[in-house]
Design a protein around this ligand. Structure first.
Ligand code: ATP
Ligand code: MG
Length: 797
């Protein structure tokens, strides 16, 4: 019988209950989006504690973001009626940092190690490429960082990789050198990069069984959310933690549950969107083989979305073959139709989004129940411009991240340098910031001196006199070293009165280094904004001190380095949330805008060459759709500005996978009447007339029967008056039975052409090359247009 109180099981369906009360060794919950997977995990944790089967400290729950962790902790507390102290609910990274800080000294690091974020890793790789002249081999920072990251996620290190590398291949030999140099630099800096946090914990457990055992004994119940996105290193970590402790002392605990901890994982292979970071869907598919005797629970009722939204999601994902079909249903009812919109440009699309949000808000929906998703960060610019103009309160999650700003990285580098005297990257960053007349040659001399004498970079600075540099430079170095030493004393745990608060340390550093004063004195207006950002960071440290009265500098650095994009989220703030589709995972909103549903964006251009790329992009689209509770808006544009160029855009192939009857297509504003009203549309004045114009009928568009509506695809996707989505060329050609390829058509400025829809016009300019040649044409009837020559329905006159 279930020992849980009724409150824990009330409001759960029978399958969910089964998952909450199951008490075997391994449990897998596989289910589609919104079926209550995360909710079941939460109730399960509360049930284990409430029934007295587990102490809070015996629970380790892994979530995908710190924000999700905080939410889960709060809900468990709510279910229990009290805060359960000592529970570990955190991300993989946070859990590993905690373990590593405790155990670092076991394997040659100190507990004050620095965590390098991706920008730090890139900076380091950049320096290594330069030092080793690896750029002559065509190496780029992105390639090298990505490859190292991938290897680490597979638990390879520089040495193990070198053992299998082919040294006859000069490129590979050079890569091994880079990997080695990178690993050495991290170790010398007493630093871990993001991937290390997981892999080093696994290595630690394997190398020191008695350390592993400590955690195997401690955690009796391990629960993992979003299991479909675990990579090999994370999977291995789970395997290490769930092993039965080897020795038999304390066997009272060890015998609990047959030895190893009980493991519950929940996931949805249709939502696996991190393959590019090494996430391995096989972890979920092969769970039953890895954990024999595992119970599998399926959840089929979706509690989040309306039937229309769910049907669209089901239809889209069913196009991925090689998956188990899941039948998700909802009792919520059909709800409203999905709204589709085709704008002329990204701005036009953004205007549509802003207008619809204003309407929803007038209708009583709170701003923080609304989200706008996009595939790439560059799409935010147009949205932000329009939102600012429309005075819509919004917030970009993970966009230009506060902590990625140069001035914030500078200030953080001061703090890191105080906490970790070996952190050469941080010390080099601040050595001449603000300017102290310390040049690159001095920097190199210091680094060399530290290396030769096997001392920390900070110690090398203290001994600057031995380097026979000029008196002014020596003085500047000694002064900085003095400041850092003084700040270090502030955070010495043995200090009378305990460690000083982080805010005080930062204040001392910023004042005495004259960092803020220098910014304030500058004539560059941006420096004023930078100074304000540093002040903002100071406010962050104060808040940290308020929330964590015992929080140390190290705690603060850890917290900051682990903030994920989504963690900026603050539900109470009454703002619309803008974020990438990747960030949206696990979240839900009353209304969702899916923007830029175009070829090259979704699926993203980069995915085309990847095996399984388009299928992964489809899952991303599926994740986006399934975030919506009540309203879903899907939009695209005919032209899209990217990388400083405006290019024609094609509707995403995924659009035709949504059954036509679920979507109400709204005509693009100002384009309802063809010819002339273009300017009005682009000025954003739409007169509210578009509302009733429906393109609901797309008969034949989903099949290749050839009976497609005549306006649909007639020109293969570009240059048509907007309305229903215009499909990609090949597909359009299949529908219309007509193959168009103007690839050979040569056009030069001055040529006159005739377009099937726009009539006659004059070519002003031709840009791009090959299949991407674009003609800039002024039409007599409709004004300026850009046409992709290869597929536009044009002829030369
Ligand atoms: P995703 O795959 O997107 O992570 P999920 O399977 O984790 O989704 P949850 O977020 O746990 O789903 O639940 C989706 C929504 O449905 C939440 O708002 C949750 O509170 C609600 N919900 C889940 N189960 C029930 C239930 N039995 N009764 C009422 N509401 C429920
Ligand atoms: Mg979930």
């Amino acid at each position: 019988g279930a020992p849980e109180g009724d409150e824990l099981l009330a409001g759960l369906n029978p399958e969910q209950r089964e998952a909450v009360v199951y008490r075997g060794q391994a449990l897998l919950i596989v289910a589609g989006a919104g079926s209550g997977k995360t909710r079941v995990l939460t109730h399960r944790i509360a049930g284990l504690i409430k029934s007295g089967e587990a102490w809070p400290s015996q629970i380790l729950a892994i979530t995908f973001t710190n924000k999700a962790a905080a939410e889960m902790r709060e809900r468990v507390g709510h279910l229990l009626g009290q805060v359960a102290e000592g529970m570990w609910i955190s991300t993989f990274h946070s859990a590993c940092v905690r373990i590593l800080r405790r155990e670092a000294e076991n394997f040659g690091f100190t507990k004050s190690f620095t965590i390098y974020d991706s920008a730090d890793s890139r900076a380091l790789v950049k320096r290594i490429i330069k030092d080793l002249q690896a750029d002559t081999f065509g190496f780029t920072v992105s390639q090298v960082t990505a490859k190292i990251s991938k290897l680490k996620n597979e638990l390879a290190d520089a040495d193990s990789y070198a053992r299998t590398a082919n040294f006859n291949d000069p490129q590979e030999a050079m890569f091994v050198e880079c990997f080695r140099a990178y690993s050495r630099a991290l170790r010398e800096a007493n630093a871990f990069d993001f991937d290390d946090l997981i892999s080093q914990t696994v290595f630690l457990f394997r190398a020191f069984p008695q350390v592993a055992e400590k955690y195997q004994r401690r955690f009796r119940h391990i629960l993992v959310d979003e299991y479909q996105d675990t990579n090999h290193a994370q999977y291995s970590l789970i395997r290490e933690l769930t092993k039965a402790p080897e020795s038999n002392e304390l066997s009272g605990l060890a015998s609990f549950g047959g030895g190893g901890a009980s493991l519950t994982v929940v996931g949805d292979s249709d939502q696996s969107i991190y393959a590019f970071r090494g996430a391995d869907i096989r972890n979920i598919v092969e769970f039953e083989r890895d954990f024999p005797g595992a119970r599998v629970v399926l959840l089929e009722q979706n509690y989040r979305s309306t039937q229309n939204i769910l049907s669209a999601a089901n239809a889209v994902i069913s196009n991925n073959f090689d998956r188990k079909d899941k039948k998700l249903w909802t009792a919520v009812g059909d709800g409203e139709k999905i709204i589709g919109f085709t704008g002329y440009s990204g701005h036009d699309e953004a205007q549509f989004v802003a207008d619809e949000i204003a309407k929803l808000h007038e209708g009583g929906m709170a701003y923080n129940d609304i989200a706008v998703f996009y595939r790439t960060n560059s799409q935010t610019r147009a949205l932000e411009e329009i939102f600012i103009r429309s005075a819509l309160p919004y917030r970009v999650l993970g966009g230009t991240k506060f902590y990625e700003r140069a001035e914030i990285k500078d200030a953080m580098a001061y703090l890191s340098a105080v906490a970790n005297p070996f952190d050469g990257l941080a010390l080099r960053r601040i050595l001449n910031t603000p300017k102290r007349g310390i040049g690159p040659a001095t920097e190199t001399a210091l680094a060399g001196f530290a290396e030769r004498n096997e001392i920390s970079y900070r110690e090398a600075m203290r001994r600057a006199k031995e380097l026979s540099l000029g008196p002014k430079v020596t003085g500047a170095i000694l002064q900085l070293a003095g400041l850092l030493d003084e700040a270090s004393e502030l955070v010495d745990p043995s200090r009378v009165g305990g460690e000083a608060p982080v805010s005080e340390v930062l204040q001392v550093l910023m004042e005495r280094s004259a960092y803020v004063a220098t910014l304030r004195a500058s004539r560059d207006p941006q420096d004023e904004a930078r100074a304000e950002n540093v002040e903002e960071l100071l406010a962050v440290t104060k808040e940290f001190n308020r929330n964590n009265p015992d929080g140390t500098l190290l705690d603060f650095l850890t917290e900051v380095s682990l903030v994920a994009a989504v963690d900026d989220l603050d539900d109470s703030s009454g703002t619309v949330s803008l974020m990438t589709l990747h960030t949206a995972k696990g979240l839900e909103y009353d209304a969702v805008f899916l923007t830029g549903v175009e070829e090259d964006l979704l699926p993203h251009r980069m995915s085309a060459g990847e095996p399984g790329g388009p299928a992964e992009e489809r899952r991303l689209f599926y994740v986006g759709i399934t975030r919506a509770r009540k309203r879903l808006f899907i939009s695209l544009a005919m032209t899209r500005a990217q990388f400083g160029e405006t290019a024609v855009a094609m509707p995403s192939r995924y659009l035709q996978e949504i059954p036509a009857e679920l979507v109400e297509w709204i005509q693009s504003p100002g384009m309802a009447s063809r010819g002339g009203s273009e300017t009005r549309a682009l000025n954003g004045s739409r007169g509210g007339s578009y509302g009733g114009v429906s393109y609901g009928s797309r008969s034949g568009s989903g099949s290749s029967s050839g009976s497609g509506s005549p306006r649909f695809g007639a020109d293969g996707g570009y240059g048509l008056p907007p309305g229903p989505p215009r499909p990609k060329t090949e597909w359009a050609n299949r529908v219309t039975g007509q193959v168009r390829d103007n690839g050979d058509l040569t056009l030069v400025p001055g040529d006159r052409i005739k377009h099937a829809d726009f009539g006659e016009g004059r070519v002003n300019q031709v840009t791009g090359e090959g299949a991407k040649r674009v003609a800039h044409v002024t039409f007599e009837a409709v004004g300026a247009k850009k046409l992709l020559i290869k597929i536009a329905p044009i002829e030369k006159l």
